[in-house]
Ligand binder design. Structure first.
Ligand SMILES: [Ca+2]
Length: 258
């Protein structure tokens, strides 16, 4: 795991240098900010996209626009719940519910997928999570076992075509997303897990992290899974058996790979 540790340190240094970890202290109101990236190519920011922030109480809407780094920020928000959404012609719509606290910066990143083209039948699986409280997992990982392949697709193989599947990034900082694309669906059984990587000593942390897994085929969202409160280091979310998605939704104490 030294490779991942080095990667974490490198990314951590980059984020610190960008001021991502700095705390906004601009008075009683808060802000929401984040990065919008393309979901199938690593490190491709999406600029000039409109992000809508809607207050859950009263429905007041404001917009922000991503800059060349894919970064957006909405400032001076009254503390409370908000829905952050993106609905653009080129990409599948995305939204997230967040809470703004006074004096804090709430981060919400997005990974967008192309709206399906005619004949697009790729399966895409997105993983997101958040730090709702101090028991939440910082780094959750995607795993996908592929029929006929001994080792699963995971962060160690991100960015490459792995037996007809592809994992875009390994997010290590609370919120994801990580996107898995299955380009060539095979007969047999796929198994999709999420793994508590960074807080293995806290077996209930995965269930306190608002882990959400969305499954798309082409433009259609087929399933939304949420990891419920419970005990375990990994959570098997679903299988694909001969082309059919089978929900599993159970905790396990074993890592998918040693
Ligand atoms: Ca991760």
């Amino acid at each position: 795991m030294n490779r991942k540790r080095n990667y974490l340190l490198a990314i951590g240094g980059l984020l610190v240098s960008l001021g991502v970890f700095s705390v906004y202290a601009g008075g009683q109101n808060g802000r929401i900010s984040g990065y919008v990236v393309y979901g199938e190519v690593r490190d491709k920011p999406l600029d000039n996209l409109e992000v809508t922030i809607t207050s859950a109480v009263g429905g007041k809407r404001i917009t922000a626009t991503t800059n060349r780094n894919g970064y957006y920020v909405a400032k001076d928000l009254t503390p409370g719940k908000y829905v952050v959404s993106i609905d653009q012609p080129k990409y599948n719509p995305a939204e997230a519910s967040v809470r703004v606290r006074g004096g804090d910066n709430t981060k919400q990143n997005f990974s967008l997928l192309n709206r399906a083209q005619a004949g697009d039948s790729n399966y895409r699986v997105t993983l997101t999570w958040c730090d709702r409280d101090s028991r939440a997992v910082r780094d959750v990982d995607t795993y996908l076992s592929i029929p006929g392949v001994g080792d699963p697709l995971y962060f160690g193989r991100r960015g490459v075509n792995f037996h007809g599947t592809h994992l875009d990034v390994d997010d290590i900082d609370w919120r994801g997303p990580e996107t898995t694309t299955i380009h060539d669906l095979r007969n047999g059984t796929y198994i999709f897990y999420v793994n508590n990587y960074s807080d293995r000593g806290k077996p209930r942390a995965l269930g306190n992290s608002e882990v959400k897994v969305q499954v798309y085929r082409g433009a259609d969202q087929l399933h939304v899974f949420r990891v419920p409160p419970g005990r375990g280091i990994t959570y098997e979310v679903f299988r694909i058996v001969d082309g059919k998605i089978v929900p599993v939704e159970r905790y396990n104490d074993r890592l998918p790979v040693s």
